[in-house]
Every structure is written in C-alpha cells, then in structure tokens.
Design a protein around this ligand. Structure first.
Ligand code: ACM
Length: 534
C-alpha cells in the first residue's frame, strides 16, 4: 500500500503497518466497550455523530460477533509497551482499540478519527462512505507531560475558548493545560474568601497600544474578566473527560500587582497601586510575613478544592527584589529567619507554600527561578530561560518540564513577514519548534528520567483576541505535541509538514484560525526583522 505518511496522523504514531482493504462504518456499526472504556466509547459516538448524521450505539460488555463493531477495551497487560499506550487494529471486519489504560483507549480513538476521511470533522452531516484503511498501529507517548500554557491574565479569554483549546489538545494527544491565572495585569480566579481579588484585581482601566517598549499611548478601554469557581470546575471536568489535567498557576512572590491592587496590605510598602496597564516586570512583591502567607494558604486552599491536579504551579519567575532590599522590615525578617539574602528569602517563601501543598498531597511546580536561593524539596521545575535550569534540577534529582523560550514560546513571531501581527519579539518558526529535543545530551539516563516532558507557552500580552490566540498557537502547538509524543527516531519535519497539509482540513472544520502551512514557502524571501516589536 502507500507510504504510511499518507495517513496524515498527527502526532505521528510509533509504528504503523498497513493491511489489505478497509472497514466501513455504517448505521449497523456498534461501539462495544468494557467498563473502563465505556466513557470513551460514549465520547467517540458523540464525536463522530455530527458528520455521520447518526449516533453509533454503545454497548457495554456486550459483544455481537456478527455485527460490525468498534471495540474498545483497557488491557493493563499492554502497559509493558508504554504507559497510556494503545494498539489499534483495523480489518475489514472491525476496529479494535486496546489501551494499556483508559487514557490509552482515548488516544486510540483520537487516532481513529484521523484515519477516517477528513470530513469526519464536519459539524454537519456529510453524505459519503466512511471507510477506515486496514492498519495496525502500536503507539504510546514518549513523555508523560505534553503541555500547553495559556496566559489568561494579560488578556482574558472566555471559558468557551478554553474548552475549544481543550478539544484541540485532546485531538493531538496532549495532556496538560497549564492556566496562568494571576499576574500584574489581571487576577482571573474567583476566590470566595477574598472577593476584591476579582472585584478589583480582574479589571484594568486601559491597555497600552503598540509594543510596551515603544508605546503609542493607551486605548482608554477597560479590560478584564475572571472565571468563577463554577466555570473552572466545568473546565476541569471537560478536560478530565479528555484525559487532560488542568494545572493552575498562581504566581508568587512577584507578578502580584493585581492582588496588591485589591489588598494593598499584602504588598511590601502598603501603597495603593492599580492593576497594571502595560507589559513588563513590576517591582511589587508579596511581603514575606505571616499575613501574606496566610492569604496565600487560603487562596491555595480554594485552588486545590477546584483543581484536583497533583501539580500546583506557584510561578516564582521574574520577582525582582528591589522592594525586599529597600524595606527595613523585610531586611529584619531575613535576619530573624537566619537567611543570607533575598534569594534565600524567596526560597523560604516558596517553601512555606510548597510545604502547605505537600501537607495536602499536592506538589509544587515553579519556573526555573525557584532554583535561586535553594530549590524547595520535591519541587518540579519548568525550565524557561533556556534548558540550563532544567539540567541543574534534573541533576539534583528534581522533575523537570522543558519550556525554553528558544523553542516553545508561541508568543514569539512565527515568521519574518512584516505583515505578521505585532508580537512580543523573538523568532520562532514552525520548524524550530519541531526541532526541539527535550532531553539534553549532558544528562545521564537516570537524570533524563526526571524530564517529564515539554510544554509550549502562550503568553498573551500582544494577543488580545481569540482569533489571534489561535493564530499564534496553531500549528506550532501541534509541532510541540509531536515532539512530546512521537519517538525521537520517528520525527521528521518533511513528513510532519506533509501530514499537516492534510490535517489543516480538520482544523478548518473545527473553525480554528491557524497559520496556513503554505505560508512557510515564502519564509526564505523575508529578511530578518530588525528589532523586537517591529
Ligand atoms: C516566564 O516566561 N516569565 C516564565
């Protein structure tokens, strides 16, 4: 038969063996499931129904050998072939998906969707034959953390867009949605005990126009919004049904201006500030005393109640220490605690929260600045300022998620075309994302086991709308999905690009405003841009 790439499965499976003939889905086809796969069976029926124009019945523990069937089952014995893996076998008689876990079954169904004609992604009935080529696919993820971070603080995105993103992550077998929920320019999570966090902190009076380094004034338009706890519970449940964990981030001790605008007593100076209206790094830190720590423990208590994720992100990035250095009270605190400097104070501060999370059975994740002043015990590090922080953390026996600016910052320009929308700066074309290797050569095999995976980050300073958000995210996030899922030996940009050209029809049906792959052909004709915001 043809080259396996003609199947256009993204991310590329570990192994594909083509067979003879095809299976045809018809009104007589049933989905049969064993217990642990039943929810995914119902989900598959629901996903296929709009394009098919009918819903396949889902039968539980009920095999009819004479009836054409899509059989889903969990078989832990398969786990030896990789956790969350699956085997998908299509013959003219039927489709069988066996997963080593319920997630594995789910991933098998995502592959099945991509084996069907691309019209299966239509939201309205399509009158055609629904054939699936005979094939055997053995597949499992390379890494357990296949993530995307969305910054909801710089610009607020409605719940519906988050749900749409979750569907897209699921389609590409990604399993972590990291929500950046608090920052200087907005606080986006309802906290019952501190209502002013959203009453005050969720809104800014206006937003800088143009690049913050060369501002062209302010727009005079208030911006804001927040997720209620009910919204977030709905997001968590929607994600869980798609085997995605939502990892919440409340950033401490810096990026705290919106919280301090709401409760000035949490800040170092007690000064009343407003929610930031421009981008960059601000000096406002939480004060390192009992009051702020009590506040944060209360906030994280509500966060843990909403988000079942074992991983809770505490930020830790870009906390410039000038206010801590200038404050006689903070300096006295450093002495009282027997610490050397502000870095050790940050480490102490994070440890107060890390210990609190651990007492509740959770573990702390932080940006790589949490290495400064001593890494809190059991912390997982997100290496963003390159991979050096990730290497040190892994060498010290800590888990790591690789998210370096050089390869996975989707707020950077994806082309040198001067008609691209304003971005924060940088240059990160699709092939560079695709080339990312999460495991640095310098790590031993034992240390490399601490690399949980990779994550793309979408910071939203220069991304004011959902259309723009999709444009920056896709297809680069799909390249990252393949980096995190597909065995290294199977990765090939030319093949990815070819599959993506077919895959675009699916994204189109899903009404995603992606950047077309055809635009890549022009890239050589553009000179490098001269300055970040240009
Ligand atoms: C970051 O980009 N400040 C983590």
């Amino acid at each position: 038969m043809g080259h396996p790439d003609q199947l256009a499965i993204v991310p590329q499976p570990a192994s594909i063996t083509r067979g003879e003939g095809y299976f045809q889905i018809s009104q007589d086809t049933v989905i049969t499931t064993a217990h642990q796969a039943t929810a995914t069976g119902a989900f598959l029926a629901e996903t296929l129904a709009p394009a098919l124009g009918f819903s396949l019945p889902v039968l539980i523990d009920d095999i009819h050998p004479d009836q054409p069937a899509i059989t889903l089952e969990v078989n832990p014995a398969l786990a030896s072939s990789g956790s969350d893996g699956y085997t998908l076998k299509v013959t003219p008689q039927g489709v069988s998906i066996r997963g080593s876990s319920p997630a594995g079954v789910f991933y098998g169904t995502q592959t099945l969707r991509q084996l069907l004609p691309v019209e299966i992604f239509s939201s309205t009935p399509v009158n055609r034959e629904w054939t699936v080529p005979a094939v055997t696919i053995e597949d499992s993820p390379r890494f357990p953390w296949r993530g995307l971070m969305l910054d909801t603080a710089r610009h607020f995105f409605p719940k519906e867009e988050i749900l749409k993103f979750i569907d897209l992550l699921a389609l590409h077998k990604m399993n972590r949605l990291h929500l950046h929920l608090t920052d200087d320019q907005g606080w986006r999570i309802e906290v019952k005990k501190y209502p002013k966090l959203t009453e005050v902190g969720a809104y800014r009076k206006e937003t800088v126009v143009g690049h913050a380094r060369e501002p062209q004034g302010y727009d005079g338009t208030p911006h804001g919004g927040f997720y209620t706890q009910n919204d977030l519970r709905e997001i968590v449940a929607y994600a869980a049904a798609r085997f995605i964990t939502v990892v919440p981030e409340v950033d401490i001790p810096g990026h705290a201006r919106a919280a301090i605008a709401a409760y000035p007593e949490l800040g170092v100076t007690g000064e009343q500030v407003d929610v930031a209206t421009t981008w960059g790094i601000f000096p406002y830190l939480y004060q390192p005393t009992g009051k702020a720590i009590q506040f944060l423990q209360d906030v994280f208590t509500e966060v843990m109640d909403i988000f079942p994720s074992r991983y809770i992100h505490v930020g830790g990035d870009e906390a410039i220490k000038e206010q801590w250095r200038a404050s006689t009270e903070v300096q006295a605190r450093i002495k009282e605690l027997g610490l050397k400097d502000e870095d050790e104070l940050q480490s102490w501060f994070l440890r107060q929260i890390g210990t609190f999370l651990a007492q509740h059975g959770r573990s702390m994740v932080g940006w790589d600045e949490i290495l400064e002043g001593g890494l809190p015990p059991d912390a997982t590090v997100m290496s963003w300022r390159g991979i050096a922080g990730g290497i040190s953390a892994a060498q010290a026996g800590h888990d790591v998620v690789m998210t370096p600016t050089t390869h996975v910052y989707l707020d950077y320009y994806q082309s040198n075309d001067t008609t691209e929308p304003l971005a924060i700066g940088g240059y990160l074309p699709l092939d560079k994302v695709y080339s990312f290797e999460p495991i640095p050569d310098v790590l031993t095999a034992d240390q490399a086991r601490h690399i949980l995976g990779a994550q793309a980050n979408v910071w939203s300073e220069y991304i004011p709308t959902t259309e723009h958000l999709e444009y920056m995210t896709f297809p680069r996030a799909i390249a990252l999905a393949e980096v995190a899922w597909t065995p290294q030996a199977q990765r090939d940009f030319a093949s990815f690009r070819q599959r993506l050209a077919t895959h675009e029809a699916r994204l189109q049906s899903l009404k995603i405003n992606f950047r077309p792959v055809a635009k890549l052909d022009q890239e050589q004709t553009f000179p490098p841009r001269s300055k970040p915001g240009s």
